[in-house]
Design a protein. Structure first.
Length: 92
């Protein structure tokens, strides 16, 4: 596996760990509140990892792959949270 792929898959692994952490640690009424916060942290983490690599060629492509995979992982986690009875914590 190339270094770029390891960096991309590493962000996906962090997204899975964060999703499991939300499911375990957050109360059902706050699970969906934590999902966008985790996504924001993943954006920062992805930028740091890619900038630390100091390789300009393919930067946008690697960022897009990392973040789109993380978004899919968190979307699946959100669907699972909703199926388990989570709410956004905001009363209409």
């Amino acid at each position: 596996m190339t270094r770029e792929r390891i960096e991309i898959v590493g962000i996906w692994v962090v997204a899975v760990i964060a999703a499991v952490g939300i499911g375990v640690l957050a109360t059902p009424d706050r699970q969906l509140t934590w999902v966008p916060i985790v996504m924001l942290l993943l954006v920062f983490a992805t930028a740091l990892v890619q900038l630390a690599g100091a390789q300009a060629k393919g930067f946008i492509h690697r960022m897009a792959l990392s973040l789109s995979g993380a978004a899919v992982i968190l979307a699946i986690a959100s669907i699972i949270f909703l199926a388990m009875g989570a709410s956004s914590g905001v009363d209409a």
